[in-house]
Design a binder for this molecule. Structure first.
Ligand code: NAD
Length: 442
């Protein structure tokens, strides 16, 4: 998330983006994720009792908490933490701040975290949280009080060995520093040092790890590099469009620019921009950090959302939010490959159209799992009171992403299923084997 945007200094007006591909009310994200679970369960003949257990989250926590705003008014906020499964390890997953946060959305995201942890071979289960409000609509002081009060309201529902939040849309390392500080003030003074691992994605000086901020984008790069290698496709000189230029999208753009990929169109909540020469990804990233959005960036021509999706390019990286590529966007897309930085950006209908048209998809649970993987490295460093070098973090992540990419690709070819179902199936197999060994209590 970026800081609150100052009053507009627009040199190029950007239109407000039109709505998602389906009206939000008609899009049931949790049902979509359940649908993929059912499909993957059939492929691996998943034990029915395991499918039953995984079909719903273990815990769904809703907290309503008051916060004193700058004008003295007391506002009530609604926060969620959904804990989907903790068979493999503590619940793990981000905290989202957005006006459209709902329980169903958080349930879907928490469920996907269970698959990501399992797929990547991490000792983590899945969780996700959020607060329903627009973080751009409050002051920095209000943002801090909302975060601290939410952490307090969650109380013992989170903890370094129980449930470990991280940044997601609308939150960042600063949010995590506030959460960690609040939590450490809720435990006894003799425990303060041992609870740093209650959140990951912290600033490095506060116990974070080098390489976490870019980790999700970096993981996407490793997946894309493997995809390109298999196809003899040269990334150097290729073009890309990116929706969402926050943490995930901007780091993906910056890292790919070093490999010679030119970002020719970008979009975010403020609108869409086109530059046939390619944006300077570093400069655009800095601009967004300063201004809160791409709105008003001087180096691009304003285009519509429809023009954005229809742009001729090689790579398309939806890195904003779910339900963005429906059937009509999928028909329009010109890219050879979709790299899902966001969770759930492609609807099942959109996916069907893309696959029929021969567009490859590197699915969210695989492509964006570099974030949770480096979060795990941070947690391990916190436990051991260690600080790893950036090279060590990068090397481990590269090995992990490339290994899992190969596993998914092999499974996909062997079982003749797409990569999303292959990723789900591999994740489910690991969870199933543990349920079979441990059996059901009592
Ligand atoms: P962020 O808050 O840093 O950035 C979000 C971006 O989405 C911003 O550019 C914002 O303007 C844009 N956006 C919001 N609403 C939009 C709309 N209606 N139309 C177009 N663009 C819109 O968040 P982030 O951390 O980069 O997360 C982006 C996505 O990546 C989310 O789906 C998140 O769940 C997923 N993800 C994040 C991480 C992580 O480590 N941060 C890890 C895995 C997956």
């Amino acid at each position: 998330m970026s800081s609150k945007a100052p009053p507009s200094q627009t040199t190029v007006p950007t239109p407000a983006p039109s709505a998602r591909s389906l009206p939000a009310a008609e899009y049931d994200f949790f049902k979509v994720v359940q649908g993929y679970l059912d499909q993957a369960a059939k492929v691996i003949n998943l034990a029915p009792h395991v499918a039953t257990i995984l079909s719903q989250p273990k815990n769904e926590i809703i907290v309503n908490f008051p916060v004193k705003m700058d004008n003295g008014e007391v506002r009530l906020f609604k926060g969620y933490r959904v804990q989907h499964n903790n068979l493999l390890g503590p619940f793990k997953g981000g905290i989202r701040y957005a006006a459209m946060v709902t329980l169903d959305e958080v349930k879907a995201l928490a469920t996907m975290m269970t698959w990501k942890g399992s797929l990547m071979g991490l000792p983590y289960g899945g969780g996700k949280g959020g607060i329903k409000f627009d973080p751009r609509s409050v002051s920095p002081g209000e943002l801090q009080r909302i975060t601290r009060r939410f952490t307090h309201a969650l109380g013992e529902n989170i903890g370094p060995e129980y449930d470990i939040p991280a940044p997601d849309m609308g939150t960042n390392s600063q949010t995590m520093a506030w959460m960690m500080d609040t939590y450490s003030n809720m435990v006894g003074s003799n425990q303060k040092q041992s609870v740093k691992g209650v959140v990951t994605g912290k600033p490095v000086a506060s116990g974070g790890t080098l390489g976490r901020t870019k980790a999700t984008g970096q993981g996407m790069v490793h997946c894309l590099t493997e995809w390109a290698k298999d196809r003899g496709f040269s990334l150097e000189g290729s073009t890309m469009i990116v929706q969402g230029f926050g943490n995930v999208g901007s780091h993906f753009g910056v890292l790919l620019s070093k490999l010679g990929v030119s970002t020719i169109a970008v979009g975010d909540h403020s609108g869409y921009l086109y530059n046939p020469e390619g944006f300077n990804a570093h400069k655009l990233q800095d601009y967004v950090a300063q201004h809160g959005s791409i709105g008003g960036y001087p180096g691009g021509k304003s285009i519509s959302r429809e023009e954005f999706w229809a742009m001729k390019c090689d790579i398309c990286a939806p890195s904003a939010l779910e339900n963005q590529i429906g059937a009509s966007e999928a028909q329009a897309i010109q890219a050879k490959v979709i790299v899902e930085g966001a969770n759930g950006p492609t609807t099942p209908e959109g996916e069907r159209v893309l696959l029929e048209r021969g567009v490859d998809i590197l699915p969210d649970v695989l492509a964006n799992s570099g974030g949770v993987t480096v979060s795990y490295y941070e947690w391990v460093q916190n436990k051991r009171s260690e600080s790893w070098s950036l090279e060590e973090v990068d090397e481990r992540l590269e090995k992990a992403m490339k290994r899992v990419y190969r596993d998914v690709d092999n499974f996909s070819r062997q079982h003749k299923v797409d990569r999303r179902i292959a990723s789900y199936a591999l994740a489910l197999q690991r969870i199933e084997s543990v349920y079979k060994e441990r059996e059901i209590f009592p």
